[in-house]
Design a protein around this ligand. Structure first.
Ligand code: ADP
Ligand code: MG
Length: 627
């Protein structure tokens, strides 16, 4: 009998399983039971599609049995079974569900993470067993086969006898070693608790022979007798059918983990039991952490979709808008047909209603989180705030109304994240605009010269550090009738003495100086002028028009970027000593004016985080000033 080899990928995974340092070995039982349950589901679907087949609920169950003497654990199901080919294809190659993710960059990390993150399914049996034997008979076939493997070196398949359709998996449990105990997987109480923990909502009975003692009948001296009876271990009622009041946060967290919605703890759960225009139940989760692939193309949003307790789709993306794509969970509705196809689902009215309903529930849940559990909301926002801001911006702002009260920005005065509503409610009466400043980081924005004037006025400034921020705000346009204004924009709407002074400074003989500087900087800035916003800094750049410097940077960094240019203005602080030097240079020495103008311009670029065209020239210029 020739031994067959596992596919390379499977072999690697198997080796990892065998040498696993993973502490949660117990999940192997969850994996095998869920496979058994899937196999029974398949029988159920078959019966639905075929009138001649009757699905007798009593005939379908999963049985877990131990034999301590031979150190074996057997999991039997009455499901659809596997043919010879199926044994070969399904167990000879890595489980499809895990393979995609497994291939990714995680390869180099230790096994721990991979097992924790992805369903590795059947192979997890090798964490606790030396030998795994699968005897299976496919439904409708009269042949049975035995698949057997001792691990990474391969497997065998031979014909065998089995009366009924289904699968029987026998694990030869490993012997204890100095570090590791495997005996526990032969203990009835231990197995029962693992089943309760992970597989309680499996819809078919999971049976075990349970040993116990009871008072002997007819005996008067309280004599006890041993007995053994078959018991169903799982409660079978799915959590979403239970009453909210009967469930604890831990129950929901366990469900979240069991379903592998994430490997963090959910920040919040939403249990919906809708009885209105559409009837459905749902359990939704807001995760705490951003999944590692969340902001990539690989991430797939969606909810599990059940029809009357039967899973019909793993990731129904139509149930969630993109901007709430981080939400995990499931929906069960009696109103959906089981045999519905993907295309039909897209046009299903019920589904649209459910989706709308769910969207509103998520929004109100986030709002109350913001209101009542600020800290949690901020945690959430750090993980998914960017997604919300994208949501504001995308689809030409179609969803800005839904989302604008959920976005937050760092505030110059509060030194923490604040909402637009909070900002506006704090605005002094005379303040015209909602001010913001863009930059790479809070620390950098804090030092921006452009912000001086606004900050000096005591006005709050929102700091934009995400690429998307300014785009999102341009989409919102105004909030509670207040427009947004960048601290670098031409008109700050601030009435001040400085204004008139600057106006004057632009008027008189300085004009000649500014024009001279402007011609030195031809093609670089549109204008040179006296600044209204600078107090202690000598120069800064500002912009005219819609396009800001931050936006220019972002657009330029995009693939196939067009040559976009913000209309830049070099602003000079006429109250700064540097201004006098400029004037002196203008009067005495054209060469010097050139030098100073270029230096100041390059300094302004540096402050903005823009690249200097000729850094060598710049440093040489610096030296000229020094010697
Ligand atoms: P997954 O369940 O994610 O597909 P597994 O590694 O758990 O991955 O299982 C691989 C495949 O083996 C299953 O998809 C299924 O086709 C088959 N299989 C495993 N266990 C059984 C079983 N008890 N009855 C029928 N088929 C099974
Ligand atoms: Mg599986």
């Amino acid at each position: 009998m020739a031994k067959k080899q596992f596919k390379a990928e499977s072999k690697r995974l198997l080796e990892m399983m065998i040498n696993s340092i993973y502490t949660q070995r117990e999940i192997f039982l969850r994996e095998l039971i869920s496979n058994a349950s899937d196999a029974i589901d398949k029988m159920y679907y078959k019966a639905l599609a075929d009138d001649k087949l009757v699905f007798n609920k009593e005939d379908y169950y999963i049985k877990v049995a131990v034999d301590k003497d031979s150190r074996t654990l057997t999991i039997t199901d009455t499901g659809i079974g596997m043919s010879k080919d199926e044994l070969e294809n399904n167990l000879g190659v890595i489980a499809k569900s895990g393979s995609l993710a497994f291939k990714s960059e995680n390869e180099s990390k230790d096994g721990h993470n991979i097992i924790g993150q992805f369903g590795v399914g059947f192979y997890s049996a090798f964490m606790v067993a030396d030998v795994v034997t699968v005897v299976s008979k496919a439904f409708g076939s009269d042949e049975a086969f035995k698949w057997e493997s001792k691990g990474a070196d391969g497997y065998t398949i031979v014909p065998c006898e089995k009366d009924t359709a289904g699968t029987e998996i026998t694990l030869q449990i490993k012997a204890n070693t100095e570090e590791d105990q495997y005996d526990e997987y032969l203990e009835e109480y231990r197995l029962r608790s693992i089943i309760k923990k992970y597989s309680d909502f499996i819809r078919y009975p999971i049976k075990m022979d349970v040993k116990g003692q009871r008072p002997k009948e007819g005996s008067e001296e309280n004599e006890l007798e041993d007995y053994q009876e078959e018991q169903t271990i799982n409660s079978m009622v799915p959590i979403w059918r239970k009453n909210k009041n009967e469930l604890t946060t831990e129950d929901y967290e366990r469900f979240y983990n069991e379903k592998r919605y994430g490997f963090d703890k959910p920040l919040k759960h939403i249990h919906i039991s809708a009885d209105g225009a559409v009837v459905y139940k749902a359990i939704l989760f807001i995760p705490e952490h951003t999944p590692f692939d969340y902001y990539t193309k690989e991430y797939e949003k969606g909810l599990e979709l059940y029809s009357n307790g039967v899973l019909i789709m793993n990731k129904c993306s139509d149930l969630l808008p993109d901007y709430f794509g981080f939400v995990k969970g499931m929906v069960d509705s009696e109103d959906l047909s089981l045999n519905i196809s993907r295309e039909m689902l897209q046009h299903d009215r019920q589904l649209h209603l459910i989706a709308k309903n769910i969207k509103n529930k998520i929004k109100s849940q986030l709002q109350s989180l913001l209101k009542d559990e600020r800290e949690k909301y901020e945690t959430f926002y750090k993980s998914f705030g960017r997604q919300l801001k994208y949501g504001v911006y995308s689809d030409y702002g179609a969803n800005k109304e839904t989302l604008q009260d959920l976005v937050m920005f760092y505030s110059s005065t509060e030194k923490k994240l604040v909402t637009l509503d909070e900002y506006v409610s704090r605005m002094p009466e005379e303040q015209k605009y909602i001010y913001y400043a863009s930059g790479e980081s809070i620390e950098r924005i804090e030092k921006l010269p452009q912000a001086e004037m606004v900050a000096d006025k005591g006005y709050e400034i929102l700091y934009f550090t995400d690429d998307i921020d300014e785009f999102a705000i341009k989409t919102i346009m105004q909030y509670k009738e207040k427009e947004f204004r960048s601290v670098s924009s031409g008109d700050l709407g601030i009435e001040a003495d400085e204004n008139d002074q600057a106006e004057e400074a632009n008027d008189n003989d300085n004009k000649v100086l500014f024009e001279a500087m402007q011609s030195i900087l031809t093609g670089k800035v549109k204008q040179v002028k006296a600044s209204k916003r600078l107090k202690s800094h000598p120069v800064c750049l500002s912009t005219e028009g819609e396009l800001s410097i931050e936006m220019e940077k972002i657009l330029k960094a995009m693939p196939n970027s067009q040559d976009v240019q913000a209309d830049k203005v070099l602003e000079i602080n006429v109250n700064h000593e540097v201004f006098q030097s400029l004037k002196n240079a203008q009067a005495a020495d054209q060469e010097k004016l050139n030098l100073y103008t270029n230096l100041l311009y390059n300094q302004a670029l540096l402050i903005e985080g823009l690249p200097i065209q000729d850094p060598v020239q710049f440093t040489n210029d610096m030296c000229k000033v020094m010697v």
